[in-house]
Write a protein of this length. Sequence first.
Length: 732
Amino acid sequence: MSEVVKSNCHYCGYLCGFLATVQSTEAGSRLIDLKPDPSRYPYDERIVNGCHRWRMNLEEIDGTTRVNHPLRRVGERGSGQWQRVSWDEALDDISSRLEKLANEHGPQTLATAIGGPHASFWPLHRFMNLFGSPNNMGIGQICWNPRIWIDALTYGWPIEVDVNPHHSGAVFLWGTNPADSDNSLFWRTLIKMSRDGTPLVVIDPRKTRTAQVATLHLAPKPGTDCSLALAIIHSIIAEDRVDHEFVERWCHGYDELVEHVKPFTPEHAERITGCPAADIVQAARIFSEPTPTALLSGRGVDQLGANTAPTHRALSILRAITGDVDRPGACNIMAMSDFISEIDLEMSDSLSEKQRATQLNIGHSALQSYPGYQGSRKLTERFGKRLPMRYLTSAHPNLVWKAMLSGEPYPIKALICMAANPLVTYADTNLVYRALHSLDLLVVLEYYLTPTAQLADYVLPSAGAFERPLLQAHGGVANFCYGGAAAVEPYYERRTDYDFFRGLGLRLGQLQQWPDETLEQAMQRTLEPAGVSWQQWSEQGIYYDTPAYHKHERLDANGLAQGFSTTTGRIELVNEYLVELGSTRLPEPAPLDEEQDYPFTMITGARIQPYWASSYFNNQRFRQMHPEPTAQMSEATLQAAGLKDGQWLEVSTTRGKARFLAQEAEMIDGIVSVEYGWWYPEEEQGEPHLSGVWRSNVNLLTSGDIEGCEPLLGSWTFNGIPCALRALHDEG
Ligand SMILES: Nc1nc2c(c(=O)[nH]1)N[C@H]1C(S)=C(S)[C@@H](COP(=O)(O)OP(=O)(O)OC[C@H]3O[C@@H](n4cnc5c(=O)[nH]c(N)nc54)[C@H](O)[C@@H]3O)O[C@H]1N2
Ligand SMILES: Nc1nc2c(c(=O)[nH]1)N[C@H]1C(S)=C(S)[C@@H](COP(=O)(O)OP(=O)(O)OC[C@H]3O[C@@H](n4cnc5c(=O)[nH]c(N)nc54)[C@H](O)[C@@H]3O)O[C@H]1N2
Ligand code: SF4
Ligand SMILES: [Mo]
């Protein structure tokens, strides 16, 4: 007997809807066919046709390379020898060991590590809040958080960039390459807009596929973006193309800004960034046309170490002085959700002040911390809004790894890793490796035996797409969520990550706080306040409220305009709250990293298809499409380094070395763009090989040392790292 169920792919954050044919068998329900579902958000025929990944679902759900049973380490850590155990045995043992460690060292001795936006992380955060540990670490400091924080403090709440063919007069893409990082309609919309004559400006050191369709491409030296943005602001002011009416009424600190940007002339920026002054002026003119301009930034800006926050501040000012805030075709200040939002799901208010004060970031990231959060909450709460707390206050990975190794300022003895592969994706693989080895308890929730999982005490099998319901809610800062129901029960002994944290919680006295037996029930409860039933929602695949614009003009009960929920009630060009936290009044570029003997500059992790971070390297078809890890550079750089296109080379930094295949590409000279995520799932597991993690893993070359991180957010540098290049004469 078979039936058709509406469910979702989850091989990227887009969560396309599919019609899943499910057959009942003696072994349980089985997924036997998938068809794109035109009835549900975000269906687009061209997306699924162009997508390399979704057909993998049918092969992978029954995959023998997946982790299918709870595994306990036998033998030395990393020996690659496992014993199958039951979930109850695993949960009983893990919970009693955690209890013992907490009694000895305090609950903060347990850390968690999370990854990119694959999963619902709130069950992990809820567990940690109730357990009493503030020490969740992630990659937020270099992905998403910088933009969310700076926009929230400049405009009072995060924005959604509104690239809209009907309204946008121009589009700026700054350090983002949707041609390769986004399977969605967004990229196709951009191509169409650019064909229809909407000016598209791309700011990227590489001539990416996105840059190839641009009207104007500015290729700055990595990390010089703040100077570039300040020069664009300078030029807009100098040519008197500011939206004076908007600025006078709604912005704070404009006169100071005018003084501040005086030295940042286009000619000055040309010397620093390498972009021609005439192009900078042209970019300023395009940006400041009276029609709305949509400006979207990406990881090129988030991963600039000390320059991350200043650059974001300059970009947020750019939107403000041209009136491109909460305006259709530019951006929308988002709403708090009608359904239960992240902050309440994660139960952040249950973590005591005393425990918050132990978080490993205090004194190092003034904003990305509990005190930083509390100050911002006073501002957003005036408009009844609360940002998610756990992710935006996360512990700093570098301090957590070092606490594992040194016991300072206190010991970190246990780590739970969920939907993350820190040995490959976090900065400084050697440090991460030594830290993982020092642990008393390492638990990894995974689909695969990743290099990180190979070092674990327990690897627990997670339920994936079609085996679990999905509800994605834009990190708790917007009033929309999308996803759908599971199609089948999890195969083998896989369980949802929710089940794991609930199972642990119930064993550790969190009896009241996990009322829902299943993830689906928890999601039904999440939707209740919005007045939609689970059936209704999963049928449609989305809950959505039409965004309102120009909300600052709304009148309150006293007839006063609402303004923005910042310290001054205006858009803060001079950011009073950041000043309170010890930052400069206006954005100032930080010096770039330089190292003697490392004459080239490395950027890392530019997205490639068909891979995703450290995932899908097990797919043989993909490996044929893109067989080797590359280091791209211009013809002149190849020559300067004594390399040939297609030759293996060694890239080295002060941290280490790794090998890549040289590939000629159009980009500025002196820069090398190195792929990230590489390991070899087909190769030998366990120590010392760990499926080839030591060969071409770019994070062997990166550093997250706290001393070099940005002081508000703790962002480290993945783009703009001094490196050396050396030809290799073997096969790699
Ligand atoms: N040098 C350098 N490093 C980078 C970057 C860079 O540009 N340069 N980019 C950074 C960025 S932006 C990000 S987001 C990170 C990504 O880093 P990660 O998130 O660590 O990497 P992924 O490979 O995406 O995912 C890790 C694992 O999650 C598992 N997984 C997927 N879904 C689930 C789930 O629902 N439950 C569980 N339990 N497991 C699941 C996958 O099998 C995979 O092994 O990398 C960061 N690292
Ligand atoms: N195929 C694929 N898609 C993905 C992912 C994946 O791993 N694979 N990862 C997902 C994740 S986790 C994320 S966060 C998003 C990221 O999405 P994007 O932000 O679009 O990611 P990137 O392709 O890394 O784009 C960053 C661009 O910044 C440029 N850049 C590097 N240094 C600088 C600099 O100093 N200044 C400027 N202006 N630009 C610079 C790089 O050349 C690169 O083209 O993609 C998501 N989509
Ligand atoms: S774009 Fe492809 S991988 Fe992403 S959800 Fe849709 S079908 Fe899956
Ligand atoms: Mo990311």
